[in-house]
Design a protein around this ligand. Structure first.
Ligand code: GRF
Length: 225
């Protein structure tokens, strides 16, 4: 078995630019991105994935399906066929349906540009500035059926500068996203971050191996314990 075959198989779902997906591609080692799926044929991230020779790069355009629900079912069915060990949402602009989330619960993670539970949803940088937040940032979490909810894994804080523009703040947060998302993915692949559950009804508790804790301190990553 070669290194790629041994690595944790990751599937990335995107809708747009794909910069977090690109960051995940750069840091492969313990995990291997075997598929990138998009719900938009025009997502710029698709070309990046194809260029990086990701084995499966596919889009499921809304216009190819009679309803949005059927589009979602097509995406879910492809994900099931590929049976990834980990699904990374990277700017995927759809709420996953609860049956699908239940089926893959504990194997789906998301990156969000705010310190959750603050500011779920869109326009987080503008809202952080409007609310005069002194500190903003990004979060990685396991996905449940809600919008930007589910057990938190890790966060990076960014201090808001006086008179900072939305664009500059967004860039500074994005730089942290590109560091923390691959790191979390790597730790999950190595078994150093886990979601422990006592039953299917239990949403679970995130646990961290000592080496993940030590490394997070060095990298300025806050683990959500
Ligand atoms: C990122 O800010 C991510 O946190 C959010 O959507 C944006 C996607 O950007 N979920 P990109 O497509 O990864 O560049």
């Amino acid at each position: 078995m070669n290194e790629k075959q041994k690595a944790c198989k990751v599937l990335v779902l995107i809708s747009g630019r794909g910069s977090n997906m690109a960051a995940l591609l750069k840091t492969q080692g313990s995990y291997f991105v075997e598929a990138v799926l998009s719900d938009r044929a025009e997502a710029p991230g698709l070309a990046i994935a194809a260029e990086a020779k990701v084995p499966v790069v596919e889009s499921f355009s809304r216009t190819d399906y009679p309803t949005k629900h059927q589009q979602k079912l097509a995406i879910y069915s492809r994900v099931r066929a590929l049976n990834p060990e980990l699904i990374c949402l990277a700017g995927f602009m759809q709420i996953l349906e609860s049956d699908f989330v239940d089926e893959f619960y504990g194997r789906i993670i998301n990156i969000h540009p705010s310190l959750l539970p603050n500011l779920p949803g869109l326009d987080t940088h503008r809202r952080a500035l409007e609310s005069n937040f002194a500190v903003h940032g990004c979060s990685v979490h396991f996905v449940d059926g809600g919008m930007d909810t589910g057990p938190l894994i890790a966060q990076c804080r960014v201090e808001v500068q006086p008179c900072e523009t939305e664009g500059v703040l967004a860039e500074r947060v994005l730089a942290r996203e590109h560091m923390v998302y691959p790191w979390v993915c790597e730790q999950i692949a190595k078994g150093a971050i886990r979601l422990d559950r006592s039953s299917a009804a239990d949403r679970g508790r995130v646990s961290f191996a000592p080496e993940a804790v030590a490394e997070s301190n060095r990298l300025g990553i806050h683990l959500c314990r």
